[in-house]
Write a protein that binds this ligand. Structure first.
Ligand code: KIV
Length: 270
């Protein structure tokens, strides 16, 4: 059997087992092969090709201008650096306005970008698209809370789910995504108590970013935690470079901190 067929990466069912046995899932973003290789070697479980590349790679002010071709390109580059990690690739703005287009876009990320799973922003409003993608055998990761692709509708990058009604809608959204066949959900910028409730209520892994320590796993934008920023680092991130000799050490420190639940601390939490 060729190397291609024998190569084994983390799967969606392994993520589920990690949730069941209480082992924290570690995720970081990458946009090229070299960084992906470094993260993979350091033990990062999920490498996310985030549409945050619009900001950190392209220098834009939001994720909105990022195209499906750009996502497929960066995903393909990242796939060349990975042996063990699960490769999740973001579906960019307007690549899933209806189920048909959503399936076409997901197929591009799987076939050209070599993604193992695709990530979409939203809850009940995008459920049809999620179902159609899952029905084609493509694993899906949901994304709730702060939805960067809807930043203009949300009125800025703000903590979501502070009001009870909003929190209840988010829990319902998570249940619907699970029901539609999603394999995991990223929850961004929500109060820690809400993320903890979602983690306890939902059977699929909840991966937090600015959502407290009780989530099943954590994800950060790698450039933020390596202190490569244009401006202010978000409150929920941490500079892992400050006590590290090099980038590999900083990533290993992050992996360890997530696994032993020392990151995120209270100061990174809403
Ligand atoms: O685009 C991205 O990097 C993301 C993370 C913030 C989760 O979606």
């Amino acid at each position: 059997m060729s190397q291609q067929f024998t190569r084994k990466h983390i799967t969606n069912t392994e993520l589920l087992s990690m949730k069941t046995r209480g082992e924290k899932i570690v995720s970081l973003t990458a946009y090229d092969a070299s960084f992906a290789h470094l993260l993979d070697k350091a033990g990062v479980d999920i490498i996310l090709v985030g549409d945050s590349l619009g900001m950190v790679i392209q220098g834009q002010t939001s994720t909105i201008p990022v195209t499906i071709e750009e996502m497929a390109y960066h995903s393909k580059m990242v796939s060349r650096g990975i042996e063990r990690a699960l490769l999740v690739t973001d579906m960019p703005f307007m690549s899933y306005p209806n189920p048909r287009k959503a399936v076409e876009s997901a197929a591009i990320l799987m076939q050209q970008g070599h993604a193992h799973m695709v990530k979409l922003e939203g809850g009940q409003k995008i459920l049809n698209s999620v179902e159609h993608i899952v029905n084609q055998g493509i694993p899906v990761c949901g994304h709730l809370g702060l939805l960067p692709q809807s930043v203009n509708q949300l009125g800025g990058y703000k903590v979501q789910g502070k009001e009870e009604e909003e929190a209840n809608v988010m829990i319902e959204d998570a249940k619907c995504l699970q029901q539609a066949g999603a394999s995991a959900i990223v929850v961004e910028c929500v109060p820690a108590a809400l993320a903890a409730t979602m983690t306890a209520t939902i059977n699929i892994p909840i991966i937090g970013i600015g959502a407290g320590v009780d989530c099943d796993g954590q994800v950060l934008v790698s450039y933020d935690m390596l202190d490569i920023t244009f401006g202010k680092r978000p409150k929920f991130s941490k500079n892992f470079m400050s006590e590290a000799a090099n980038i590999s050490d900083a990533v290993s420190a992050y992996v360890k901190a997530v696994k032993n639940k020392t990151f995120p601390a209270n100061e990174h939490t809403f």
